[in-house]
Ligand binder design. Structure first.
Ligand SMILES: C[S@@+](CC[C@H](N)C(=O)[O-])C[C@H]1O[C@@H](n2cnc3c(N)ncnc32)[C@H](O)[C@@H]1O
Length: 265
């Protein structure tokens, strides 16, 4: 990378780096820390958005693997984390294949070094809104058998698509590509329910400049006519919790991000 590209990268916060910072990661710059520190300092508790989301993603892939899914496409995968999708699914499905997709070159560079560790895993630089481009990518053709159920992940990613990028159309496209038995998991920021939600949405959009938080009705609509699995669309912290101990009266932050999983019938 040349010096100008490096400077440009370091001068603007990236959603992947801020999210990773809030989760305790070390691959970030000062601009990312500033945004992360704002959330943790000025909106105390807001780190629960990242934490409860990440924990639910891992429970979702664990559940897909338990149901026999052996191939995954993780759309907007983010920076390598403490536990990654391939590591979690391979505990149950040792031969599982994973294609990680992200549009952030910083994520792609780290993902190629730390996630794509064998020939069952690929890291693709791509924009989730460019569905057919991803579908036709050689990495997808090599690793994903579209005759076999696929696990599709859109964890928070669709919150970073504008309406014009047609997030519901993205889900619909992929649902049409995969066979019966496939699973589609997504999580999404929930708009405007509290003063804190309005402040957080404003800060996220100001920092990253792209996307939209959506109402419950709009998030439900992202699933189209797919069959939603239990427990439906619910705050991430309540999405198939590991124990009843995690089911308590939710904080405003825990209420601010929801997830759901559908099965293609
Ligand atoms: C908040 S992180 C979530 C990471 C991971 N999915 C998770 O939930 O733990 C959102 C990720 O989506 C990526 N992203 C945002 N818009 C995207 C787009 N249009 N195409 C691909 N990736 C995108 C960002 O670069 C970032 O890595």
């Amino acid at each position: 990378m040349n010096i100008n590209a490096m400077r440009a990268r370091q001068s603007r916060p990236s959603v992947a780096r801020v999210y990773s910072y809030v989760l305790g990661g070390r691959d970030n710059y000062g601009v990312d820390k500033n945004v992360g520190d704002y959330f943790m300092g000025d909106l105390p508790g807001s780190e629960q958005l990242a934490i409860t989301n990440r924990e639910a993603v891992l429970r979702a892939v664990q559940s897909m693997a338990a149901d026999g899914i052996r191939q995954f496409i993780d759309m907007g995968c983010g920076l390598p984390a403490e536990q990654n999708v391939h590591e979690v699914v391979r505990r149950q499905q040792p031969d599982a294949r994973v294609v990680y997709v992200d549009n952030d070159p910083f994520v792609v560079a780290h993902g190629r070094a730390l996630l794509a560790v064998d020939d069952g895993i690929e890291m693709v630089e791509g924009d989730v809104s460019k569905t057919s481009w991803i579908r036709e990518h050689p990495a997808v053709a090599r690793l994903i058998d579209f005759e076999e159920p696929v696990g599709l992940l859109f964890a928070v990613t669709l919150s970073f698509l504008e309406d014009e990028e047609d997030p519901a159309g993205v889900v619909k496209y992929w649902a049409a590509q995969v066979p019966a038995g496939s699973r589609i998991y997504l999580s999404h920021f929930r708009s405007g329910r509290t003063r804190e939600a309005v402040a957080t949405e404003r800060k996220i959009l100001e920092a990253f400049g792209h996307g939209r938080w959506r109402t419950d009705e709009e998030i439900d609509a992202l699933f189209g006519d797919l069959e939603l699995l239990e427990p439906g669309v619910t705050p991430c912290v309540k999405w198939r919790p590991v124990s009843d101990a995690t089911v308590h009266e939710l904080s405003i932050w825990e209420e601010m991000i929801v997830s759901g999983m559908a099965r293609k019938g």
